[in-house]
Design a binder for this molecule. Structure first.
Ligand SMILES: Cc1cc2nc3c(=O)[nH]c(=O)nc-3n(C[C@H](O)[C@H](O)[C@H](O)COP(=O)(O)OP(=O)(O)OC[C@H]3O[C@@H](n4cnc5c(N)ncnc54)[C@H](O)[C@@H]3O)c2cc1C
Length: 623
């Protein structure tokens, strides 16, 4: 097999990539974070319990919009959208007329001015019908122009762009390039000031820009001239609002994918595009930080769309497992299928608990939710994928057959095959699962790096190391022993009734997690960042514990607010927590006893072609 890789013009070193990512990090933790404390061994149930609920006034204001949206969605033929690769014009028009492109845009600028939770309820409805429409609305509102404009735009920019966006001027977000996937350091799209100093001149090519082929406005990330700080070159990446109608902007290709067939995604080139200097968002050099902060809430679209998918799969699986009889029983009564179904129900409840908790925390504005949102993205996309996979299995051969083919044979046209194709991308875009693990791991060790970074990191002066040692002795002298002790047994958390043992487990496991992070840092030192399997297990434990805490808090709240549903929720929560505890124990065990090193070695042998003999027996194909 021969391949043609995209050659970087100038390879970017690992140090350079890390430097760019570090510069874009939010350094401060201005507000409390449930998950950050969890990684430090502290369970702050007070931050999420009682489980926050939506502001009733906001819910009431959103209701008419959500009802109209639901009516419009009933008219959508998603199989046709999948077949044609186009969202029909009346649907697009209907969405625009309803204000679906300005859900969170403040009312004074012509938007609906609804909350994050209301936006997520709208996305849940849309996602229960069609993934391509979710992609359209999400790329526009989660990462496209409205969200960064709301957070970082000047008053003049808001007045200029919001009313257009709210009326339905579609927007897009353009970061990715052929050589820029997860790592923005290699960005080649550039912008330099024009000779008259009134505009930036943009040149470059962006890849996979969702909505790019129909957008009127785009947020484009580009390199602006580097700055020298303390004698060192600092790369600058700046965010621009670009009018797609500007001379020099060209859609050169519409991309097509495994699923989401009606995604308006393209390759866009910028040739000497003049962007007025007033269109810089937030400030020169702040583009990547803007993207990261925008994604703190932007990332919440995907978790709620995974919930919608979980619910649809549960509905389809329940109906089929009740109807289909094989070997003298409904298949739902065969243990293997029942295990899938029970797990699916428990995980759907958990995914909703996680997503809605993050949405409510975002609306309340009292917590730093960067870690919670990242976990929601990671956890729900992975759990959602397992649900989709099980649904295909429960449907058997029908799970693999297209809805059109099922319909033509007179069978229930459940679109499981399409759901699977549409869902897969969720583990890749808006931060792939691997990148989310790394992002969470970096934030999870932040406190340790602040305290002991000068001791363990290479290249520090003697004075810095000594100061770091003193700091470490003062901090760890108290912190470490206290991660071993603490009462996490009966009757603590008794208000959680039957779930109390699970909350107590979360507290004990949080302390064990904190110790695990600390021990990993001691054992691997600065090389810990290379031991991704170790880091990922720690992150997975943190994610499971967050999900357990969210689930217990939500079930407890439901028991108060809706006793009948609450009683069912308590059972789902119990099963979810029992399963999660098993996964947590396994991850802890795997921390120090695993096959990571030999597996890594095999991978390097594979890369060197030493196992190419395994690939014998195929027809040679040139790609
Ligand atoms: C349908 C679709 C829509 C998209 N929409 C947009 C959009 O609107 N705007 C936009 O800017 N981009 C968009 N993207 C791009 C998307 O965000 C990227 O695909 C994603 O960031 C991953 O980049 P990549 O595909 O180049 O993978 P790479 O970065 O090349 O990664 C390849 C694999 O290696 C893993 N990997 C990379 N680095 C590491 C590491 N340090 N450690 C461990 N594993 C690593 C990745 O997780 C992945 O599994 C879209 C992509 C698709 C397919």
């Amino acid at each position: 097999m021969t391949t043609t890789a995209v050659e970087p013009k100038r390879p970017v070193s690992a140090d350079e990539a890390r430097e760019v990512a570090e510069a874009a990090r939010e350094q401060e933790w201005a507000a409390p974070s449930f998950v950050k404390d969890l990684f430090l061994g502290k369970l702050r149930m007070d931050l999420i319990h009682p489980y926050p609920v939506q502001d009733p006034a906001d819910a009431e204001r959103a209701q008419p919009f959500l009802e109209q949206l639901e009516r419009l969605l009933r008219t959508v033929d998603s199989d046709r959208i999948d077949r044609d690769g186009e969202i029909p014009e009346p649907v697009l028009r209907g969405l625009k007329d309803l204000g679906a492109f300005g859900i969170k845009i403040p009312r004074e600028y012509g938007g609906l001015g609804l909350s994050q939770l209301s936006y997520m309820k709208a996305i849940e409805l849309v996602s229960s019908i069609d993934g391509s429409i979710t992609a359209l609305l999400s790329a526009h509102q989660s990462i496209g122009v409205p969200q960064p404009l709301k957070m970082f735009g000047s008053e003049a920019q808001k007045k200029k762009f919001f009313p257009r966006l709210a009326r339905g001027a579609v927007s897009a977000f353009a970061l990715t390039e052929p050589n820029v996937g997860s790592d923005p350091a290699a960005m080649e799209t550039s912008a330099v000031l024009s000779e008259d100093g009134q505009a930036w001149i943009l040149n470059g090519e962006k890849l996979w820009c969702t909505n790019g082929t129909i957008a009127e406005l785009m947020v484009v990330m580009a390199r602006t001239p580097s700055k020298t700080v303390n004698g060192k070159e600092k790369k600058q990446i700046t965010a621009f609002i670009v009018e797609a109608s500007s001379p020099g902007v060209k859609v050169t290709h519409r991309c097509h994918f495994m699923g989401l067939k009606a995604m308006y995604n393209g390759v866009i080139t910028f040739t000497n595009v003049r962007v007025p200097k007033e269109n810089v968002l937030w400030g020169e050099g702040k583009g990547l930080k803007l993207a990261l902060i925008t994604l703190n809430t932007g990332r919440l679209t995907l978790p709620i769309s995974a919930v919608a998918c979980g619910k649809r799969c549960l509905e389809i699986s329940r109906s089929w497992a009740n109807e289909r009889v094989q070997w003298g029983r409904k298949i739902g009564q065969h243990d293997a299928i029942a295990q899938m179904l029970g797990t699916m129900a428990a995980n759907t409840f958990a995914m909703e608990a996680v997503a809605e908790l993050c949405g409510a925390l975002a609306d309340r504005g009292e917590s730093d939710i960067r870690l919670e949102a990242a976990i929601a993205k990671l956890y729900n996309s992975e759990a959602g994928w397992r649900i989709v996979d099980d649904t295909v299995q429960i449907r058997g051969g029908r799970g693999y057959e297209t809805a059109d083919s099922l319909r033509a044979r007179g069978e229930m046209p459940a679109p499981v095959e399409r759901i699977m194709r549409d869902f897969r991308i969720n583990l890749i875009f808006e931060g792939s699962s691997e990148i989310m693990h790394l992002f969470i791991a970096r934030e999870a060790v932040d406190k340790h790096l602040q305290v002991a970074g000068d001791v363990v990191m290479p290249g520090k002066a003697l004075g810095q190391r000594l100061a770091g040692l003193v700091r470490s002795a003062l901090f760890y002298g108290w912190w470490y022993p206290s991660r071993w002790i603490g009462w996490s047994f009966w009757p603590k958390y008794a208000e959680f009734a039957a779930l109390a043992p699970h909350v107590r487990f979360v507290e004990r496991a949080a302390r064990r997690l904190a110790r695990g992070v600390f021990h990993a840092m001691l054992r691997f030192g600065p090389k810990l960042e290379l031991r991704q399997s170790v880091l990922f297990r720690l992150v997975d434990v943190g994610a499971e514990l967050f999900a357990m805490a969210a689930v217990c808090a939500r079930a407890r709240r439901l028991l108060d607010d809706e006793p009948v549903a609450g009683a069912h929720a308590m059972r789902l929560a119990d099963v979810f927590c029992r399963q999660a505890r098993g996964r947590v124990q396994a991850k802890f065990r795997g921390l120090w006893r695993n096959e990571d090193v030999p597996t890594y070695q095999i991978a390097q042998e594979v890369l060197r072609g030493e196992h190419a003999w395994l690939e014998r027996g195929m027809v040679d194909v040139k790609y």
